[in-house]
Design a protein around this ligand. Sequence first.
Ligand SMILES: [Zn+2]
Length: 261
Amino acid sequence: MKLRHCFLSLVCLLAMLLPFLVHARQFPVLVYHRFAPQAVDSMTVRTAAFEAQLEQIEAGGYRVIPLRQVLDYLAGRAPEPPPRALAISADDGHASVYRVMYPIVQRRHLPITLFIYPSAISNASYAMTWAQLAELRDSGLFDIQSHTYWHPNFLRERRQLSADAYAHLVDDQLIRSRAVLRQRLGRPVDLLAWPFGLWDAELESHAAAAGYVAAFTLEHRPARRGDDPMALPRYLITDAVDAKAFAAILRLADGEREEGR
Ligand SMILES: [Zn+2]
């Protein structure tokens, strides 16, 4: 009798928890790189496709929230974001982020997080200038964060360098990027996107020691509570992501579990 009572209580408890388990919050975090009228390479999203995706977000009742708001919720520091929320980021500081993305997101008032490697800024012909980044910052829509100093492939560097030289390179890349961005743009920098989405436990501990509180990789799943804060997943959006694939990513913001998980 006692055992039966116990079993029934457990069933009741699970039944009560089920809606929360099924609808656990999860947040797709999108990452873009470049925009152009035509998809000139795999990382370039056609301007029309980008606008159609933003339209899909709005028409589906989804909303773009600041990436930091997602992080604060995942870390238990902030209340639950509104339903159907996702975040958008863009890596590498390509000139088309200023030229193409900026006017579009400004019209729609969308918060965007940029991950920048400072060595390219006002230097490489394809990259933005510091003045352009400052303008994005001043729009109030862009949070400008670190993508290391010159975008190394850490795993390749580790194979080629001595242990000491490698540790020195990693620390320099992580620390100098933060310092230069903070000095140039006058805002705190504590988020990191791993170059090429490559990371490991050793890199994570270097990043934490360098003062980063969260870091992002490239992985085809939404971010959830319980994820490693130094390796949070982001969806790489290329021009190959069509409307159907994009809709499937958006649906994850409803809280449903990904197929096969
Ligand atoms: Zn990158």
